[in-house]
Design a protein around this ligand. Structure first.
Ligand code: PLP
Length: 472
């Protein structure tokens, strides 16, 4: 029903489309300049064969676009917290940059909460959503004043006890699963009938249970729904939000007051991995929501959003040196240093998570020349370790670089330690004001000594000595 074109067309039609295209061109130009400069400055080379690069300008622009999109459709004075889903890019300097750009943090584990705190994100701008919170985690969140969304009735029981034992500033909500259905990727579809998340609203008696749970607890002031991530069609996301809004209206009507004062509409805006163009846009999504669920924006409800992938994916590039090239059975193969360890989803589920590959020469300049069908392989020891299979691109040669684009979320920040491959360094880049690129270290590359230490290096004889004493 809705094509991408629809989402690009703003009130001023053509102008919006042109703007998106020119921003995409600028992002590609910054990326090319960054790869060239990374090679020139030795961040990438024979001794640093794979790196992650983050476009600081792009991150700022994405944060600004998100804020502007909701500013445009919300009544003046409406409290709106955009909480970045930390799991998408769990890197402290990224969280600090986003915080400075007016974006809070959505966390789902003690580690993610610690990252947000290390970045300086205040508790009042942090939301805790995990499906398996322990009593200790809940206690910490309530003590800090972090917003908590309860996943299920048992968690609500725990919160009852904690709220009785100590007052808390934390806003507390219930996560609901509107069960509106899944998208094209099962693993990221959260609103299926049998999803593990939230209270399944369409199950018998569940809706009434939520209403009564709220009426019994004056401190329950929020409803939360996250309808899914990559692969969810926008109309489905909108339906999930609409049903959560309708439930809030029902609770408030039954309570005879505005008990539910904030709706957390989750994240999940899909990312276009097929081309440079940002589609759909935050502006398009916000306008669609405002059309379909106008009551959400009239100032009666505060809003929380939890976008992850759509904020960071386009801002990241993993670049890897081509160590060898070969051919097998008539297929050209470039063996690079980026594979399953930095692109786990793509390697294990290539149909669901295809990535664009850009080819650069040994100096980091974009390669031109006729396209050749080739495999771009990773360094891991299994046959399926391919970044791209049968892909047409300028022929990659030994010493060139292959870049996997749009990998700023859920890719190089999510190292997978297969073959004990070291975590690559991550660097942020920004134009230096005099025609070049400046870099800042976001995450040091992991050393081989760290690989050993993190693999039990300090306990080398733990098992042999256990056996020696255990047999006597
Ligand atoms: C993963 C997740 C998000 C972010 O999803 P994206 O697809 O990265 O935008 C938001 N909220 C919750 C509860 C999540 O689990």
């Amino acid at each position: 029903m809705f094509g991408w074109k629809h989402w690009k067309r703003g009130q001023d039609g053509e102008a919006v489309e042109h703007d998106i295209e020119s921003r995409a061109r600028q992002r590609a130009a910054r990326r090319d300049a960054a790869v060239r400069a990374a090679v020139g400055q030795g961040l990438l080379g024979p001794d640093a064969a794979v790196v992650g690069l983050l476009d600081v300008t792009g991150i700022r622009a994405a944060a600004a676009a998100l804020r502007a999109a909701f500013d445009e459709v919300t009544a003046p004075g409406t409290p709106v917290l955009h909480a970045f889903a930390v799991k998408a890019t769990p890197l402290v300097p990224v969280l600090r940059l986003l915080h400075e750009a007016g974006i809070g943090a959505e966390v789902a584990s003690p580690g993610e909460l610690a990252l947000a705190r290390a970045a300086g994100v205040p508790a009042a701008r942090t939301v805790l959503d995990s499906p398996a919170k322990t009593p200790a985690e809940l206690r910490e969140a309530l003590a800090l004043g972090v917003a908590v969304n309860a996943d299920n009735p048992q968690e609500l029981d725990r919160l009852d006890a904690l709220m009785r034992s100590a007052p808390s500033r934390s806003p507390v909500g219930i996560r609901v699963n509107p069960q509106v259905g899944g998208g094209t990727i099962g693993a990221t579809s959260t609103a299926t009938p049998t999803s593990k998340f939230g209270v399944a609203l369409r199950d018998e008696g569940a809706r009434e249970w939520v209403v009564e749970a709220c009426l019994k607890r004056p401190w329950l002031t929020r409803l939360h729904a996250h309808t899914g991530s990559q692969g969810i069609p926008l109309p489905l996301m909108v339906r999930g939000v609409a049903q959560t809004y309708a439930l809030a209206e029902e609770v408030n009507a039954r309570a005879g007051r505005r008990q539910i004062d904030t709706l957390d509409i989750g994240g999940g805006l899909p990312v276009n991995f097929a081309s440079e163009e940002t589609a759909p846009t935050y502006a398009g999504f916000a306008r669609l929501l405002a059309e379909e669920v106008p009551g959400l924006f009239d100032g009666r409800y505060g809003l929380v959003t939890e976008f992850g992938r759509s904020l960071l994916a386009e801002q990241g590039t993993v670049v890897a040196r081509v160590e060898y090239t070969k051919s097998a059975g008539g297929r050209r193969i470039a063996v690079t240093h980026a594979g399953v360890q930095v692109a786990t989803r793509t390697v294990y589920a290539p149909q669901a998570w295809p990535l664009r590959i850009a080819a650069y020469d040994a100096e980091g300049r974009p390669k031109t020349g006729p396209e050749v069908v080739q495999d771009v392989a990773g360094p891991a020891c299994f046959a399926g370790d391919l970044l791209a299979e049968g892909r047409a691109a300028p022929l990659l040669e030994q010493g060139d670089y292959a870049a996997a684009l749009d990998t700023g979320a859920y890719y190089f920040a999510h190292h997978y330690a297969y073959n004990s491959l070291a975590r690559p360094g991550v660097y942020g880049f920004a134009p230096d004001g005099s025609g070049g690129m400046a870099f800042a270290t976001v995450r040091e590359p992991q050393t081989i000594a760290e690989v050993v230490a993190e693999s039990g290096g300090a306990h080398a004889s733990a098992l042999t000595t256990l056996l020696a004493t255990g047999t006597h």
